[in-house]
Structure formats: structure tokens, C-alpha cells
Design a protein around this ligand. Structure first.
Ligand code: S3P
Length: 171
């Protein structure tokens, strides 16, 4: 039987990975897995708690295990956390785990979409704009190196993005 590749969404906080992933999965009749949600469910605690108690390294270890587990599935849609591409091993697992879609957005859009956010510990550490700009500089090349395609999410709604992704993956 032929394997159905996973569709793996990568990209920064506020790019719409969870919203677009859920919609994409529904449109394609696939199962959807959100790495952050599954980490929280498994741990029985939210992400700020994990960062507080186990530190960022503790969270990244949980994230690496979750990525390894999720990419081993078949034909599912996976939304990763924004920092999933930081470790070499995660990038390898993601690249080999399916068709990888970089949901690109601008720092300006991220600022709007994360304005009242208290659930993302990395944005509570100083000036949000500077933090997002620094993360963009470090991570944008990593997202690009990992992805099979780049899809912009800053200029249109989730439904238009999903239609674009479906058109491109079915080509
Ligand atoms: C993080 C992004 C978050 C979450 C954690 C760390 C990051 O996921 O995994 O707060 O390093 O960019 P989202 O991209 O879904 O917000």
C-alpha cells in the first residue's frame, strides 16, 4: 500500500499554524495533531508552567519527543510550535516526516496577533517587538531550510491560505 505523506506546518508564533492546520485537516479529511496541545495534555500542565518548572530545555525535550512521535504517523496534519526548528535533530525528523509547509508571516502581523498573549513565555521576557525581530532573524532561515514550500499568511484569511495549500500539495 502506498504511504500517504503527513502535512507538517512550521512557522513562528502567530502565523496561524493551529487555525490553518485544523481547517486544512477538516478540508482534506485528515486527522489533526497540534504539538503544543498534545504536550500540554500529556503533561497535564500548560506551557507557562512547563517553562517555569522545567525551564526552556525541559520544554524543548518534551517537544522533541512529541515531534518524533507525531511524524511517525501517516497522512495526518501536524502543527508544530514556533521553536520546533531550533534543534538539528528536529529539523531532520520534520523534513523526513512529510511535506513541510512554512507558514510565513511578518513581525507586524505577529505583534497584532500576540498582543494580549500570556501563554507564550518567550514573549514575556522583554520588549515584544525586539524579541520577535530577533527570533525572526534566527529562525526564518531555519524554516526555509526545512520547508518544501512557503505560504504567506499575513495578507489573507485562513480559508484562502488553506485553499492555496491544497492546490499546491495536490500538484
Ligand atoms: C514557542 C512557540 C509556541 C510554544 C512555546 C515556544 C517558540 O508555539 O511552542 O511557547 O519557541 O516560538 P506557537 O508557535 O504555536 O505559539
Amino acid at each position: 500500500m502506498q504511504e500517504v505523506p503527513n502535512l507538517i506546518l512550521i512557522g513562528p508564533m502567530g502565523a496561524g499554524k493551529s487555525t490553518i492546520g485544523r481547517l486544512l485537516a477538516a478540508e482534506m479529511s485528515r486527522n489533526f495533531h497540534d504539538s503544543d496541545h498534545e504536550i500540554q495534555a500529556r503533561c497535564g500542565a500548560d506551557i507557562p508552567w512547563i517553562f517555569d518548572v522545567e525551564g526552556e530545555q525541559g520544554f524543548r525535550d518534551r517537544e522533541s519527543s512529541m515531534i518524533e512521535e507525531l511524524v511517525a504517523r501517516q497522512g495526518v496534519v501536524i502543527a508544530t510550535g514556533g521553536g520546533a526548528v531550533l534543534r538539528d535533530e528536529n529539523r531532520r525528523l520534520i523534513r523526513e516526516g512529510g511535506t513541510v509547509i512554512y507558514l510565513f508571516t511578518t513581525v507586524e502581523q505577529q505583534l497584532k496577533r500576540t498582543a494580549r498573549d500570556r501563554n507564550r513565555p518567550l514573549l514575556q521576557r522583554g520588549d515584544r517587538e525586539q524579541l520577535l525581530r530577533d527570533m525572526f532573524a534566527l529562525r526564518d532561515p531555519l524554516y526555509r531550510a526545512t520547508a518544501d514550500m512557503v505560504v504567506r499568511t499575513d495578507r489573507r484569511g485562513p480559508r484562502a491560505v488553506v485553499n492555496d495549500i491544497i492546490r499546491r500539495v495536490q500538484r
